[in-house]
Design a protein around this ligand. Structure first.
Ligand code: A8S
Length: 173
């Protein structure tokens, strides 16, 4: 679980990790996460996503516009790696009008057999998202990580809700 989440840090950078358990099978969760060209399906702070190059494979670039009320308007992001076998996705933020400079995130999915209820088989997924980012000159490590952790926490909670609904719908309809 931890092998992809060990980052080399420069002195002015910080890193953190957010973990979310989802009561839905890995393939369902991955089907949502892997769509680089459709982040707004679960990231509620994203207003729109325009592809600048590629169609969602490694090397693709997207430009996001963010919903109002946040200290940012847009973000330019690149998909560095998408591994459908290992369930690893690596993205870099390469531009925008926000304070997350040199941001790089890694998201991995893992089958969760703990908490498995008798008979039903494994139906759980653990999502781990970690990142590295520069600490702005006018900020500190604690505030920078709190800001990013809060956004990622919201994203992963929303992802859980959507995947759990997909799982429920698959079983009942
Ligand atoms: C992600 C993670 C983050 C996104 C941040 C941290 C962002 O989209 C928002 C506000 C900002 O100030 C920065 O996986 C930025 O989306 C919601 C525009 C990059």
């Amino acid at each position: 679980e931890t092998q992809y989440h060990t980052h080399a840090l420069s002195p002015n950078q910080c890193t953190s990790k957010v973990r979310q358990t989802i009561h839905a099978p890995l393939h369902l969760v991955w089907s949502v996460v892997r769509q680089f060209d459709n982040p707004q399906s679960y990231k509620r702070f994203v207003r729109s996503c325009d592809m600048r190059s590629g169609h969602g494979g490694a090397g693709s670039m997207r430009e996001l516009t963010v919903v109002s009320g946040l200290p940012a308007g847009r973000s330019t992001e690149r998909l560095d790696r998408l591994d459908d076998d290992l369930h690893v996705m690596v993205c870099s933020i390469i531009g925008g009008d926000h304070k997350l400079v040199n941001y790089k995130s890694i998201i991995t999915l893992h089958e969760d057999d703990e908490g498995e209820r008798g008979g039903g088989g494994a139906c759980g997924t653990v999502v781990i998202e970690s990142y590295v980012v520069d600490i702005p000159a006018d900020s500190c490590e604690e505030d920078t990580c709190l800001f990013a952790d809060t956004i990622i926490g919201c994203n992963l909670k929303s992802l859980a809700k959507i995947a759990e609904k997909m799982c429920f719908d698959e079983l009942h309809f």
